[in-house]
Design a protein around this ligand. Sequence first.
Ligand code: UDP
Ligand code: MG
Length: 316
Amino acid sequence: MQLSLVVPCYNEAENVANFQAAVLSAFDGCGYDYEIIFIDDGSRDATLHNLRKLHAAQKCPVKVVSFSRNFGKEAGLYAGLQHAAGEYISLIDADLQQRPEIVREMVQILDEQPEFDVVAAYQDRRGEGKVLSFFKRSFYAIINRLSDVTLQPDASDFRTFRRSVRDSILELCEYHRFSKGIFAWVGYNTKFIPYTACERAAGKTKWSFWKLVNYAIEGIIGYSTAPLRLATFLGGGAGIAAVLYLLWVIFEKLVWGIDVPGYATIIVLILFFSALQLFCIGIIGEYVGRTFEQTKLRPIYIEKEVLDYGTAEETE
Ligand code: UDP
Ligand code: MG
């Protein structure tokens, strides 16, 4: 097997058949030996039903892994990598925003340029609003300052890589998965190529603004312990400010002899420092929570059913 296409699907009933058709036409006549691995991430619509039909038709080798519930795209990618048999592995969305023709280009690059292990696509033109792109830019600026790994802005998880890279990624079996960070962390020579994301063929995106914010926090907490140091700095800074203010109050009293009423000041200071303390406890809590989750050593996903192309029947 030369190439495995790993395709996470969550409520993509209308897209999966078109997706396969697009792959078939993109790879038509190129002589590549490839398989498509669909991961049904606990979809609530007819995705699994439609995937079964594709699996039964076997127009090309199709494997279907079905989860017991929705575990998220990162878990889907992990499962896909575990099942992938190809020498090259490609991660691509089911919604046809990422064209399979680009996968062919990526494969060609890996064939012709052995010095590269990964070909990653980044979006060269963003169709999104100014506010969102401002937040995204800020996120990359912050995380690249704080963490040891460097994330390429706009690089998506639309990428193709060699089997050795897949093996390395699978070794990172953390429960909270942040693939942008994982790709950067494992290293390897990566070639970035621009691509223009198409409109979603059907269905809705699963990302809302708040989901993106949470995803960004996930990335920062997962790849840096710098926020923990923030508490130390804030505490130190506040301490110094408090001493200076104390000196000023004493000075005022001695020179002008005014008894400052100071009620408002006290209230503001109490509120401010209570907030600061809660904020810092919150940061610590984020790390403790993740440590707790990881120590449970739960599986990243649970397979309910696997349809392999070797057997027409269901395994497991
Ligand atoms: N996806 C998934 N599980 C989820 C959410 C999304 O497997 O919980 C899949 C989805 O079906 C699609 C891909 O991940 O194939 C990207 O999702 P989406 O198109 O919503 O993201 P966007 O392209 O808007 O970033
Ligand atoms: Mg999409």
